[in-house]
Design a protein around this ligand. Sequence first.
Ligand code: ZN
Length: 235
Amino acid sequence: MRKLDSKKALVLFSGGQDSSIALAWALERYDNVETIGFAYGQRHGVELEARKNVRRAMADTFPQWGAKLVADTIADARGLKELGETAMTHETEIALAGDGLPTTFVPGRNLVFLTLAGGLAYRRGVRALVAGMCEADFSGYPDCRETALQAQLQALRLGMNADFSLETPLMHIDKAESWRLAERMGGDKLVSLINEHSHTCYKGVRETRHDWGYGCGECPACELRAKGWAAYRAA
Ligand code: ZN
């Protein structure tokens, strides 16, 4: 089995709140941190802009992290949009579908993302794949669950014959607890830069600023983010 470098990490970084906290977590632990993002025809394309702003703000505010933060890659995953309609990629109503999952569910999305990330990590000799998925406080997507992600890790290890690890530091903590994790790592400075620059809203709204960040305030992603922020501030 190919030995990969355990001091290097590749963060699956969407520019959202969770993956921004996961990026900070990786910058605390590894010597060399790359990021990868995915263009899959998401309605909230501003996410891709948010990624650059979060990266820049983290590197400027925490120079010790800036020194370790290296390449950023955007991988094309638009095949996910071509496969069919979801509310994440099309102007379809955001609602609960017949299968009990929200219409924002993009089947296979995280599995494709991990596969592409594994392909890049293999080339770069990076061992740790770091991702912000969370099953404690999420929208019910089955590919955010630890069992699905660990199975995918095994597939990558076998399929590339390489000793990848998968780190999901937010898996078992809720949104309020993940803000507390950010606070422990980088104090109020980190919390406010993630709050300001990360993007969560499914509809891509950046014109309205709330205490919890930018967004429409009504979509499920905004609701979850607002609720988590309120719980964090109340404690
Ligand atoms: Zn929203």
